[in-house]
Design a protein around this ligand. Structure first.
Ligand code: AMP
Length: 191
C-alpha cells in the first residue's frame, strides 16, 4: 500500500496513520515528526527547519523533498509506505509522482481528512495544552490553517483529477473514523 494523507493540522492524520500503517505493515512516515526529532537532536536539518516550524510556515520544498526521497529510498519502503504530512505543496506532490513513476510503483490512494474549522481550533488548543508544542499557539494555529488553505488545499483537486482522492469525514471517535477509512479503502479496491 502506497498512500498519502492530506488534511489540515489537527485533523487527526497522525493518530489514524499510526494504526493504518501498522495494519498494512508499512512504515508510517510523518514529516513533522522527523523534523521535530531533528530539532530535538540539534542536527543541521533541524536547525534549518526550526524557524519555519516555529512560525507555522512550511519548510522549503527542496529541503522537505530531499529528506522524504532519502527516506523512501530505504529498504523498508519497498513494499509500501504511508506518508503523513507530505506532500503539502503541488511541487512536493509532483516530486513524489516523478519518483514513483520512475519506479513504476504508483500511489494507491490519497486520503483527505475533512474537519470543520471550529473543530480544528478546539482540537489544536487541546493539543497545545497537552503537548506544549511551540507551534500550537493560537496565532500560529491560525497561520498554519492559512498556509494549509493556500498551499496544501490545491492538492485535493490534484489527487481528485488522478482518481486517487478518498474523502474521509474525520469528525467523531477515533475508532469510527478508522472504520470509515477501512470501508472507503475496501470500496476503492473493489472498483
Ligand atoms: P506537522 O506535525 O505535520 O503538523 O508538521 C509540523 C511542521 O513541520 C509544519 O508546520 C511545517 O513547518 C513542517 N513540515 C512538516 N511536513 C512538511 C512538508 N511536507 N512541507 C513543508 N513543511 C513541513
Amino acid at each position: 500500500m502506497r498512500m498519502v494523507l492530506l488534511g489540515p493540522p489537527g485533523a487527526g492524520k497522525g493518530t489514524q496513520a499510526a494504526g493504518l500503517a501498522q495494519r498494512a505493515a508499512v512504515p508510517h512516515i510523518a514529516t513533522g515528526d522527523i523534523f521535530r526529532a531533528n530539532v530535538a537532536q540539534g542536527t543541521r536539518l533541524g536547525r534549518r527547519a526550526q524557524r519555519y516550524m516555529d512560525r507555522g510556515d512550511l519548510v522549503p520544498d527542496e529541503v522537505v523533498i530531499a529528506m522524504v526521497m532519502g527516506r523512501l529510498a530505504e529498504a523498508d519502503c519497498e513494499d509500501g509506505f504511508l506518508l503523513d504530512g507530505f506532500p503539502r505543496t503541488v511541487a512536493q506532490a509532483e516530486a513524489l509522482d516523478r519518483r514513483l513513476a520512475g519506479l513504476e510503483t504508483p500511489l494507491d490512494a490519497a486520503l483527505n481528512f475533512e474537519v470543520t474549522e471550529e473543530e480544528l481550533f478546539r482540537r489544536l488548543a487541546g493539543r497545545s495544552a497537552a503537548l506544549h508544542r511551540s507551534d500550537d499557539t493560537e496565532q500560529t494555529i491560525r497561520h498554519r490553517l492559512e498556509v494549509f488553505a493556500e498551499k496544501t488545499r490545491p492538492l485535493i483537486d490534484y489527487y481528485r483529477h488522478r482518481g486517487l482522492l478518498i474523502p474521509v469525514d474525520a469528525i467523531g471517535p477515533v475508532e469510527e473514523v478508522t472504520v470509515r477509512i477501512l470501508d472507503a479503502l475496501a470500496a476503492k479496491k473493489a472498483t
